[in-house]
Structures are given as C-alpha cells and as structure tokens.
Design a protein around this ligand. Structure first.
Ligand code: ZN
Length: 274
C-alpha cells in the first residue's frame, strides 16, 4: 500500500504537470471510486475546474481547484495515477478514471483491487474531514518528540500498532513503521506507553529518517505502485528489515525475523530491537 513517501512522490511529480491546468473531460468508469456519490455527478463537478495546487496530508493526495473545490484521493491498496502527454492513456483493464487536461495530456487513475477513493469536498469541509482521521504530519518541522510522546503516553497497544494508527501520526504504514522501529532499535511489540524518553527521541528521529529515505528514492515499488511518469520507486532495494526474513541484520548480522502483529506481517531484528 502506498504510504507517505509514495504519495509524496506522486504529489511532487504531478504538481508541475497539473497546476494551472483545467480538467477538460473527466470520465469515471467505476462507481466504487466515488460511492455513495454517483460517478457521473462527480465527473460533472470536476469538469472545467482549474488546478490551483497539489498537496498531501498523510496518505491523502489533495487536488485544490481555483474555485475552492477540492478533490481528495486515497490510493488505498493498489491505486496509482499516471500522467501521459501523447494520448497514450491506452485501454487498460484496471483503469478506473481518466482526466483529459487542457494541454492535451491525460491523467489516468488505475486500481487493481479497487479500494481507492475519490471524494469532492468544498474548501471548508477539508480540514474537519482530515483532522477527524489524521494525527500530525511526521515531516512537519513543528512535529517534535514531545508530540510523539504525548500521542503514545499511556497506551498499552504495541508500538507498531500505534504507529499504524493514522490518528497517532499521518502517513506511516506497514513498511515505514518496521523500518523506523529497526532504526530506533525498538521491538515492534513493546507497549507504546512504556517507551522511555530516550527511546521516544530515537523513534521520532527514526520515523523521519525512514520516511525521508523513502521520499529520496521515490518510494518503494513492491507490486502496483508506480510514479506518475510510469517509473518505479527504488526504496525496496534498501529495506533494513521489511520483507527480509532470514536475511542478516545489516547492523548486528543476526537473522531478521517475521511475526504477525495486528494481522500484518512485521519484520524486526530480535537481537538489536529490544
Ligand atoms: Zn540486528
């Protein structure tokens, strides 16, 4: 599933291609994308809108229009957006929506498992919608280790599960939670509320470094994730623990273990993560 680094890569790639462009034609072929709203209604609302900004909050992509209207996109499991300039939005069985821009280029939304969502909101509806669902942005310069401590305080839930909860922090998912916990030398099953101040500081730094490493490498392509120019991320070649069961820990040489935590595969080093 695309996490913060993948969605940020999509945002930064689309931004220069979308800002200032008008949505000339919008075709939404899958009613699951917009439900319970009729896709034809959403397509009509978006048609003629000119893009003012492309932003991100957590794993949400936010397309802001000059009119104040907002399109909020969540890629969920397998959603991706591809921008093509040569009318190459060819027939793809997994294409769910196509937007034709006023410069002749196309943005195609493709989604194999069809869990992604497109939601149109008025300007004043966006912040209440997001703040109900999301905690702080981990890469926001104002996000401190004290903020993280406050979010974890008193929680008996495993720290890995606390990091996956989008209301703790926005944008961290299964990959970057495992990577951050390895960097911080913290076992994923430790109760979140039991971390000491030094561990919280280490985790705060580790979360940021893991996410920044992902952004620098344009995210991780495991199966479906693509950058909007059709390329792959490179982060999957540099995972410290994620998906490396049985391989040596690059810090201590011991074998990486896999466990299931909250229904998700979790990778960690049993020697250096305490
Ligand atoms: Zn180790």
């Amino acid at each position: 599933m695309p996490e913060l680094p993948e969605v940020e890569t999509v945002r930064s790639t689309l931004e220069p291609r979308l800002v200032g462009r008008r949505f000339d034609e919008v075709e939404i072929a899958d009613s699951r994308l917009t439900r319970p709203i009729d896709p034809a209604e959403v397509a009509a609302e978006l048609t003629g809108e000119r893009v003012a900004a492309v932003a991100r909050r957590g794993k949400y992509l936010i397309v802001r229009f000059e009119s104040g209207l907002v399109l909020l996109i969540h890629l969920r499991m397998t959603g991706s957006l591809v921008h093509t300039t040569n009318g190459a939005a060819v027939s793809d069985p997994h294409s769910r929506a196509v937007v034709k821009l006023d410069d002749g280029s196309d943005v195609t939304y493709r989604d194999v498992r069809r869990f992604g969502t497109w939601l149109v909101l008025a300007e004043d509806e966006l912040d209440p919608y997001l703040s109900e669902r999301l905690g702080l942005e981990p890469l926001d310069p104002g996000f401190t280790s004290r903020d993280l401590a406050a979010r974890l305080e008193g929680r008996k839930t495993p720290v890995k599960a606390a990091l996956l909860d989008q209301r703790t922090l926005a944008g961290v998912g299964n990959i970057y939670a495992d990577e951050a916990l390895w960097r911080a030398r913290i076992h994923p099953r430790r109760p979140a509320g039991e971390l000491d101040p030094a561990e919280i500081r280490a985790l705060h730094r580790a979360i940021r470094r893991a996410l920044e490493a992902g952004i620098e490498r344009q995210g991780a392509t495991l199966r479906d994730y693509r950058t909007p120019d059709g390329g792959s991320g490179r982060m999957q070649h540099e995972f410290k623990v994620y998906g490396r069961e049985g391989e040596p820990c690059i810090r201590c040489g011991g074998p990486i273990e896999k466990t299931r935590l909250g229904g998700r595969g979790s990778w960690f080093c049993p020697i250096c993560q305490r």
